[in-house]
Design a protein around this ligand. Structure first.
Ligand code: P6P
Length: 342
């Protein structure tokens, strides 16, 4: 991971397109739309306590979950921003039950965008880091010029052209990869620009952090609880016990895992056999990024990037992070863990 000075995200993307034949000017435009929406959402998030947009929007989303006002605002900002261009032919959002068509007057492009406009929304009212997660695909028939269809959205994560997230925390940062490594840009309010702050980020191969809501442990499988017991035991080598960190905002828990290493998981349990996180617009984009950084992401048994969503809002268990930490939990889940405590 190297730092760089004063290179803006726009300049960086221009260079990427020059070096990657799979990318084009439409890709540049889409990133620019996401930059604009991220700056506006950042402004709304930072003023949330002042302009009466905290609290529930007296609505529930397609999953019956209480929707915070900021969720809706962020959703509208992203849709409005990307709809200014003609690069997309369809969108999918956590906040919309159905796929989102572009305005009829727009020429339809060859990309489709999926996103969770504001992940971690249960933390909005208590000023904990939240963020936007997005994934970008080419439509299945790039020669088509009409609206996209649901099949253009329901693609496995390994088909992503690019993926990223924007974290609204102590800093506002824009993290993305177009398949050439993971890069981090920090928003400098002096210039109103995202500036490159870390290039080609690599996740540690192994680390002693684990991240899970242990409050659900009574609903976890026997094998997963054996893993949770294992990582809490003292070891002579000093690698254990692991340290538990859990924010309850997947995008923030993932970002810490990307930089410090270890394992973030939202497992299956007796009440939620597919876990809680959404495959298309949460797990797949994060899995794309972690693999670009040298890490792994699985549902416990298969790579996340190989799973094709059946529906727009389908859920998946998620085990994501350092390659050795993911493999370690996988061995327990498969009942194959034999190494005794050192
Ligand atoms: P729990 C936030 O609401 C979210 O969707 C994810 O960002 C987060 O990882 C998860 O839910 C937290 O869920 O059950 O631990 O509160």
């Amino acid at each position: 991971m190297s730092n760089s000075n004063n290179k803006t995200l726009e300049q960086f993307v221009l260079e990427e397109v020059e070096s990657n034949p799979l990318l084009d000017n439409d890709f540049i435009s889409i990133i620019n739309h996401l930059i604009v929406s991220s700056k506006i959402i950042s402004s709304e998030v930072r003023r949330a306590g002042l302009n009466d947009i905290l609290g529930l929007a007296e609505q529930t989303n397609v999953h019956g979950e209480d929707v915070k006002k900021l969720d809706l605002i962020a959703n509208d900002i992203i849709i409005e921003s990307v709809s200014r261009g003609d690069e997309l032919c369809l969108m999918g959002s956590e906040e919309n039950e159905e796929a989102i068509l572009l305005p009829s007057q727009n020429k339809k492009g060859k990309y489709v965008l999926v996103f969770d406009p504001l992940d971690g929304s249960s933390n909005i009212d208590v000023n904990v880091t939240i963020g936007t997660i997005w994934g970008l695909y080419k439509r299945l028939d790039t020669a088509s010029e009409g609206d996209g269809n649901i099949h253009d959205l329901l693609q496995s994560g390994d088909k992503q052209v690019a993926a990223g997230y924007v974290l609204f925390g102590p800093q506002t940062i824009f993290v993305f990869s177009s398949g050439q490594g993971v890069n981090i840009f920090t928003y400098d309010t002096r210039f109103g620009e995202f500036l490159l702050s870390a290039e080609d980020v690599q996740i540690p191969k192994k680390s002693s952090f684990y991240s899970v809501n242990e409050g659900n442990a009574m609903r976890f499988s026997k094998y997963l609880n054996e893993y949770l017991d294992f990582v809490k035991r003292e070891s002579s080598g000093g690698d254990y016990p692991y340290k538990l960190r859990y924010i309850g905002s997947a995008v923030a828990d993932f970002h810490r895992t990307l930089l410090y290493g270890g394992l973030f998981m939202y497992p299956m349990d007796k009440k939620n056999p597919n876990g809680k996180l959404r495959l298309l617009y949460e797990a797949s984009p994060l899995a794309f990024l972690v693999e670009q950084a040298g890490g792994r992401a699985t549902d416990g048994f298969q790579d996340i990037l190989s799973i094709r969503p059946d529906t727009l809002h389908g859920r998946t268990p998620l085990f994501i992070g350092s390659s050795e930490n993911v493999t370690e939990v996988e061995q327990f889940l498969l009942g194959k863990h034999t190494r005794q405590q050192e």
